[in-house]
Design a protein around this ligand. Sequence first.
Ligand code: MRU
Length: 341
Amino acid sequence: MQTLTTTSLRIRKSQLWILDQQALPQRAEWHLCRTVDDLVGHIHALRVRGAPLIGLSASLLLAQLAEEGMPVAELHQALATLRASRPTAVNLMNNLDRMKIALEQRFHIPAMVQEAEGLVGEDRELCDRIATHGAELVTADSRILTHCNTGGLATAGVGTALGVIHRAHQQGKVAQVWVDETRPLLQGGRLTAWELGELNIPYQLICDSMAASLMAKKQVDAIWVGADRIAANGDVANKIGTYSLAVLAKYHGIPFYVAAPHTTHDPHCPNGEAIPIEQRAAKEVTGVSGSFGDVQWAPVDAEVYNPAFDVTPADLVSGWVLDSGVVTPEQVRDGFFRATR
Ligand code: MRU
């Protein structure tokens, strides 16, 4: 494989390295990924996270294993294991479907390398187009609220929702960003805050529960989020807490935009109810872990409900900003997402 660099992935001497998104922002630690177990462990621990990045890292690892001479039957097994590593983000399945086609070619090694490298380049391009389309919707002096992390860390390019914010800021239209800390795993507080700082975009970090009163005080002009899966009726699965923001936005008359590449669209999933939602460990809610250590505040035996994602019904979305352009609620009602793209 060729040398390759994104914010959070590197290929050096045909080896995959990943930036540890749990250690950030305190430490920038890179881990070498040699095996499927290595990567699955990183994905489970959210050291590798974000819908596009999960798919890209899995594809690059498969290409690496093919180059190292792993037999075809084992590559099929590796692909199946990676596919099952996280259930909600459909980018993983979409990318691996393409890697499977490459694996079935007569000369599967160059085909897989070309496909994996192509997916990275393509994601970079998709992010760029999303940023261009999305920035057109951002009005002057906008105070934008965002949730989770949708930036360069989560993609091969400028990001999805955060890419839009970045582009609009370059155009002088962003007054400031409200960053939801994004409990329980703090992707906003740890990662989005770090990325915005690196980009010199003014922001203020808030606890998730502060969003409502900010909206009531007319301090939020628009909400921009990413997606892990967009169903055929336009329902959107994204980080837990996204749905509450959408309900609040509707009540307060604030536009609520979803930015995602077409690789996040699942035409075979009829609606949000059919989207598999990952349930995660209790300890993520009973305390918190990070480069700062482990803290537990709840009773050790506390019963916990911890879905990683929720579903925002299409009715609450003002616009879906894809690489192909802005999709309106009318287009969605007319079946835009029912077609395969
Ligand atoms: O659990 P995570 O951190 O992988 O969840 C990520 C999100 O929900 C993002 O909003 C989504 O994947 C889009 S990233 C461009």
